[in-house]
Design a protein around this ligand. Structure first.
Ligand SMILES: [Zn+2]
Ligand SMILES: [Zn+2]
Length: 344
């Protein structure tokens, strides 16, 4: 595959705050040693984009990008024309965390793509080849971002739970945004057939998606979680995954956890108050955090995406060209969507 030579400047979305997105000409960088210039194909909208959407951003946002190598810098081993996805953290590769494979806990990362450096809503993105993951061309670029926050973050969170609770037979997921839906899909594909997976949300659109993906939807605006569990003949669950980041929701989830249960907090946000004796020691429960995922989890997720493309593909509900990025954000933040993709 050959790509056009990149221009020296190109128009990119500019987030000026208050939900305003305009287009401004930005320089297109040249890749230095070990770097790749990507022609972006698609970038998925994430709940985390809300801050830049509302408060503005110096850089072009977008941290769930898929693209094709337009130019490779000196010494780079990945060839022009290679398709792949961008791992958010430009990890150093040599600190203690990275040496152990914990690239999501890098102690000296060079960038958070889309936050400290230009990300994937623009037509070009400059990355190090170490945080670019090549994919097979059978996965279209608009679907490839599923490998990132949806499959990566949720698969990692399930792995965290399995560290302390190897047999999980019932699951509660709070929040059915893209990460919550990813958790549901990952739970379905990881745990045995009979595992019951309850998922809370307040929007009918997302609750319908939960049902389509094989989860048991709970309308949290109409009932307490404990009550919904009882209606499903459950007194408690083995594992909870919170993607809402809301303190009250986490507290409610913790109360639904059985003995040896594990609560994994995936969504950033508010606090959780623990009565250490009653909540943790006596029932031997665990509360864990889970942040993004390790770079070395990508190959297994790519294999899974190949095998389950139709199932996982349902999580993407909307695609917009970048010229309609405004509308894409409005749809996403209305709650009437799953994952929304912005395409170049
Ligand atoms: Zn994200
Ligand atoms: Zn590192």
């Amino acid at each position: 595959m050959t790509t056009e030579p990149a221009p020296t400047t190109a128009p990119a979305p500019r987030f000026s705050g208050g939900g305003e997105i305009s287009f401004a000409e930005r320089p297109v960088p040249r890749p230095g040693p070990g770097q790749l210039l990507l022609a972006v194909g698609a970038n998925a909208i994430c709940g985390t984009d809300r801050k830049q959407y509302l408060e503005g951003s110096e850089v072009t946002p977008g941290h769930e990008a898929a693209g094709v190598v337009a130019a490779a810098g000196e010494g780079a081993s990945i060839a022009e024309g290679t398709a792949g996805v961008v791992y958010l953290m430009d990890y150093c590769g040599s600190c203690r965390s990275c040496r152990g494979g914990f690239t999501n806990q890098c102690l000296a990362k060079r960038a958070d793509m889309g936050f400290t450096h230009d990300g994937g809503y623009g037509p070009y993105e400059l990355v190090h080849e170490t945080n670019f993951f090549p994919i097979a061309s059978a996965i279209p670029l608009w679907q490839a971002p599923l490998l990132l926050d949806v499959m990566g973050t949720s698969g990692h969170a399930i792995g965290r739970a399995l560290l302390v609770r190897p047999e999980i037979e019932s699951v509660l997921i709070t929040g059915a945004g893209p990460v919550g839906l990813g958790l549901l899909a990952a739970a379905r594909l990881t745990f045995s057939e009979g595992t019951r997976i309850l998922v809370t949300d307040v929007t009918p659109y997302r609750l319908a998606l939960v049902e389509r993906l094989g989860g048991i939807p709970i309308d949290a605006s109409k009932q307490r979680i404990a009550e919904a569990l009882r209606r499903n003949d459950l007194d408690e669950v083995d594992a909870c995954f919170d993607s809402t980041g809301r303190g009250a929701v986490r507290q409610e989830a913790l109360d639904c956890l059985g003995r040896r249960g594990v609560l994994v907090c995936v969504g950033h946000g508010e606090q959780l108050v623990l009565d250490v004796s009653m909540d943790l020691i006596a029932p031997e429960r665990a509360v864990l955090g889970s942040e993004y995922f390790r770079f070395d989890e990508l190959p297994a997720n790519l294999e899974l995406l190949h095998a389950q493309r139709d199932y996982l593909g349902q999580i993407i509900t909307h695609r917009f060209p970048v010229s309609q990025i405004d509308q894409a954000f409005r749809v996403f933040f209305s709650g009437e969507s799953g994952k929304v993709i912005v395409e170049q």
